[in-house]
Design a binder for this molecule. Sequence first.
Ligand code: HEC
Ligand code: HEC
Ligand code: HEC
Ligand code: HEC
Length: 242
Amino acid sequence: MRKLMFLAVLLVPSVAFATIVGTPHDLSNATGGGSIKAAASALNEQVCVYCHVPHGAQNAEALWSRPLDTSTTITWGRSLTIRGTSLVDGAPSNATARCLSCHDGTVALGDLTGSVGVSVAMSDPQGHLTGDMLDTSAGGKYIPRTNFGRNHPVGIPYAGEAGYLGHNSGVAAVTTEGYYNHVGGVITNGAGDRIRLSEDPNTAGVYGLECATCHDPHSDVAPKFLPFDNAGSAVCLTCHNK
Ligand code: HEC
Ligand code: HEC
Ligand code: HEC
Ligand code: HEC
């Protein structure tokens, strides 16, 4: 019994304070939680630096510390979703390009720009850095730009936005970028909201889905950086009335 209480005391804080430290997105050698991380102590064991710099960032958004490639196109292999929303081949939005700056398997993970401007040697014992998990099951967690059609659409408007052709839900239009909650067709913007909508790269003023809509790259509150527990497919049901 005493042992159990001791365990409970140890476990509660890790649940209550979900952060990036110790997750697969912590690439520091000291606390990095995945197999891929800095090969040795580098940059004072910083965590944020693999994605953000305080000065001299790639562009004005998110103080991004990595090469942000929006010139290489992504291809869907088809032009419409089942319900007729356009899937446009071309440059990803900055929001999706940020994730692809590691997850398309082409940019060296340790290449940092801006006020850091160094190349950190990375350790990759399982050889994931050349793999391409979502398509060829080579082991790595990578999404090739040439075959985006096998993934949930991104760069598309959210249900309820102007130009959206779906009939899945009757939610109100969203007119600003931000974090939202969507329960039972009602969309709110307040504390605790976790679905993130970003500006559609193809239509200014339209807000929709990018990678960070369904993933919070900083939080281990749920597995796979999902914004909340996906038990019963709760993440999917926030948008699809199925
Ligand atoms: C693996 C990459 C990665 C690391 C490491 C990372 N971030 Fe981020 N961060 C992102 C991405 C991607 C976004 C943009 C999310 C979006 O497009 O909605 C972001 C956005 C942010 C934002 C603005 C949005 C918000 O949620 O408030 C802040 C602040 C931020 N990060 C702080 C940090 C801090 C502090 C650290 C280190 C403790 C850190 N990040 C580490 C990827 C990362
Ligand atoms: C600095 C590089 C970097 C950036 C930027 C980055 N990731 Fe990752 N991500 C990684 C690495 C490394 C792993 C672990 C991969 C492996 O072990 O094969 C990972 C793993 C993941 C996982 C699986 C986590 C798990 O628990 O298995 C998800 C989901 C993910 N990333 C989503 C994203 C999304 C979405 C974005 C953008 C919002 C993003 N990542 C940006 C490097 C990055
Ligand atoms: C509509 C929601 C949604 C969007 C948009 C989305 N993801 Fe995911 N992603 C998920 C869910 C849910 C999982 C967990 C799947 C599972 O556990 O089987 C996941 C898993 C992953 C994984 C880990 C796969 C593994 O086997 O470990 C990576 C990496 C990832 N996503 C990256 C991305 C990137 C990069 C983007 C943008 C191009 C993106 N995701 C867009 C919902 C989404
Ligand atoms: C933030 C809202 C949102 C979330 C969360 C979400 N979806 Fe979607 N999903 C959409 C939108 C918008 C479309 C495009 C609908 C259209 O074309 O009319 C879509 C399309 C789809 C499609 C059709 C794809 C095609 O090519 O025709 C499937 C299947 C799907 N989603 C499944 C899922 C699953 C499974 C999850 C959970 C892992 C999920 N969605 C989470 C908004 C979302």
